[in-house]
Ligand binder design. Structure first.
Ligand code: FMN
Length: 379
């Protein structure tokens, strides 16, 4: 069946991937309340239907952090993507490059920055998690700079990992022999994936941080490794530490509160991603789309405000722009598409998103994404 929307890619991904991986992508923390709110609050916002406005020419392109985007969409950093399809980060980065949008490489990606750059022809945006070993972090930032990554997304909403019940049940925290056996059986029950990723897709390590994660046995145990190695002592002062090592655009990812947004402005960062980590961290935290307006109001004139969480269609992209985001990041949308069909899956999903955005713009009478504002929304 040809996928018509992100939900179709989700279903195809569910069929192709072992349960432990699909649940890792699909799930959120605790009761998954925030995960659900990201989607339902987005759905509750409605666009105004407008007519007779000459929508024969539409402009979807925009510019953020000095980069031209063919549409206001960025692939969000997603860990372990190389486990969803063979060298998954390279496949997604190629699809993003072809679509004219940036790809963000997670600190806990399987492929290295160099591998992604070689495959796609452009250095990715790089997402940073702070690991306790600062000497290693300095080296990582130096490598990232030398690789020419244009933007650093510093993720600040994961000092500790939120409890994700699905991952705990599937043995992603501390893999017991029983969980390992179940995972092995599940892997064998998905032969396409097994052949593509496990047989042909190695090495399965955390590419850029492989040398700092030698104590990580199987990737399936990596949530436990994160708990041991991420640095929960990070404060606003550490932004200066990062800044000393990163002269380019520095963007804090995971800000949900206007007061934090003002502090971020004082620290001199260039941008923010309004995000609750896709509902994977503090359950009960507000949805990203509901938190966006206050943050735009607080710092939108000074900082580039992006958002992610719950974006599943081009209509959602237009809603976020109407509420003041300069662009949306998408996480699960591309992870599902990659798991479902590799590079072609991500390319197909991005084409759908673009068509949906075009249609939403046409039916709301919005001819340029850079002009999107509150007037597009029903009160
Ligand atoms: C499977 C998965 C892995 C993720 N890994 C990371 C990561 O390594 N670093 C990061 O900053 N955010 C990570 N995120 C969060 C995403 O970057 C993004 O904030 C979130 O997925 C947006 O919500 P959405 O999935 O509803 O689009 C991950 C999200 C998912 C679904």
């Amino acid at each position: 069946m040809k996928a018509a929307c992100v939900a179709d890619y989700r279903e195809a991904c569910r069929r192709r991937l072992p349960k432990v991986l699909f649940d890792y992508i699909d799930g959120g923390s605790y009761g998954e309340t925030t995960l659900a709110a990201n989607v339902s609050d987005m759905a509750a916002i409605t666009l105004r239907q407008r007519v007779l406005r000459d929508v024969s020419e539409l402009s979807m392109s925009t510019r953020v952090f000095g980069q031209d985007l063919s549409m206001p969409v960025v692939l969000s950093p997603v860990g372990l993507a190389g486990m969803y399809a063979r060298r998954g980060e390279t496949q997604a980065a190629r699809a993003a490059k072809a679509a004219g949008v940036p790809f963000s490489l997670s600190t806990v990606g399987v492929c290295t920055t160099a591998e992604v750059t070689a495959a796609s022809g452009v250095p990715p945006w790089f997402q940073l998690y702070m690991i306790k070993d600062r000497g290693f972090m300095s080296e990582l930032l130096a490598t990232t700079r030398e690789a020419g990554c244009p933007v650093l997304l510093f993720t600040v909403d994961l000092p500790v990992a939120g409890a994700r019940y699905r991952d705990a049940r599937n043995g992603l925290n501390v893999a017991s022999p029983e969980a390992r056996l179940r995972q092995a059986i599940d892997g064998l029950a998905h032969p396409d994936w097994f052949w593509d990723v496990l047989v042909k897709g190695g090495p399965q390590s955390l590419g850029n941080i492989a040398s700092a994660s030698t104590d990580l046995g199987a990737l399936q145990e990596y949530m436990g490794w994160i708990g041991r190695n991420f640095d929960p002592s990070v404060t606003w002062k550490d932004i200066d530490w990062v800044r000393d090592r990163w002269p380019g655009p520095l963007v804090l990812k995971g800000v949900l509160d206007a007061e934090d947004a003002r502090d971020a402005r004082s620290c001199g960062v260039e941008g923010l991603v309004v995000s609750n980590h896709g509902g994977r961290q503090l359950d009960g935290a507000p949805s990203s789309i509901s938190a966006l307006p206050a943050i735009v109001e607080a710092v939108g004139d000074d900082l580039t405000v992006l958002m992610d969480g719950g974006v599943r269609s081009g209509l959602d992209v237009l809603k976020a722009l109407a509420l003041g985001a300069k662009a949306c990041l998408i996480g699960r949308a591309w992870a599902y598409a990659l798991g479902a069909g590799g590079e072609a899956g991500v390319a197909g999903m991005l084409t759908i998103l673009r068509q949906e955005l075009r249609m939403a713009m046409s039916l709301t009478g919005c001819t340029d994404v850079r002009d999107a504002g509150r007037a597009l929304l029903n009160p």
